[in-house]
Design a binder for this molecule. Sequence first.
Ligand code: ATR
Length: 286
Amino acid sequence: MSDSRETINHRAFVVGYPIKHSRSPLIHGHWLKTLGLRGSYEKLEVSPDAFPGFIQELKQGATVFCGGNVTIPHKEVAYSLADETDALTDELGAANTLWLEEGRLKATNTDGIGFVANLDDQAPGWDRGHKAVVLGAGGASRAIIQALRERGFREIHVVNRTVERARELADRFGNKVHAHAMAACHEVMQGADFFVNTTSLGMDGEPAPQLPFSQLAADAVVTDIVYVPLKTIFLEQAEALGLKTVDGLGMLLHQAVPGFEKWFGMRPIVDDVLRALIIADMEAHA
Ligand code: ATR
């Protein structure tokens, strides 16, 4: 790295449209403060029309930023405009973390890393089993299917309201991944070792159907990527049957770690203090 790059501003962004509800500035701001680092992390609202121009300027070094996070609706375009990506991100076709390195814009997707790290932290051994059920087939589902496959699940069953979308994912992610309609839930959940909700069902206390969690293996782990509320309807249903549950907030916190390390040079820690900070913010805006 040249001297000029070392003196570059340690300024990072989160870009989306809209962006005002993002909690990422709170997370990175906390780490910058507790690690005593100089730097900033700011929200940028950029429309889809303006986004390619923003990336172009970033690549040319014409902005003050050394990288940042990308959120809805820009993840696919960010991926396609990056100079360098890794194999797992290529399979997803969507990036959430960007950084400049030796004049090149690098991109990766840390959703799978966040998902796995949260479970490793909260439910060690969660990946012992071989059969997983994934509810939902949207953008969030993809990184999770990939992560489950990487962790060695031999059967990954994707259940979705629109079965065609589940089939697309089964085709994309190979022969361990199977597609089902919602009506197959009962059968598909039988004996499964792991369940994750990747849909918006239950978000903000919206109603969600009763799922047949009693079909799961007795030592199954149930998680949800929805984290508002922290204890979603699905987690409540599973907990009532004595199953181990893990809420989705840790995924949000852990997916932020690799980006912070790239931009600011230190690996931050996800701990109870950070978790409490985000929960307090959620409560303040409830
Ligand atoms: P994301 O990128 O956040 O995953 P998405 O691509 O819009 O968002 O996907 C949302 C997921 O939630 C989809 O699996 C969607 O099902 P469809 O593919 O049938 O649309 C699912 N979903 C949203 N609302 C739902 C509902 N009321 N009942 C069942 N599934 C729902």
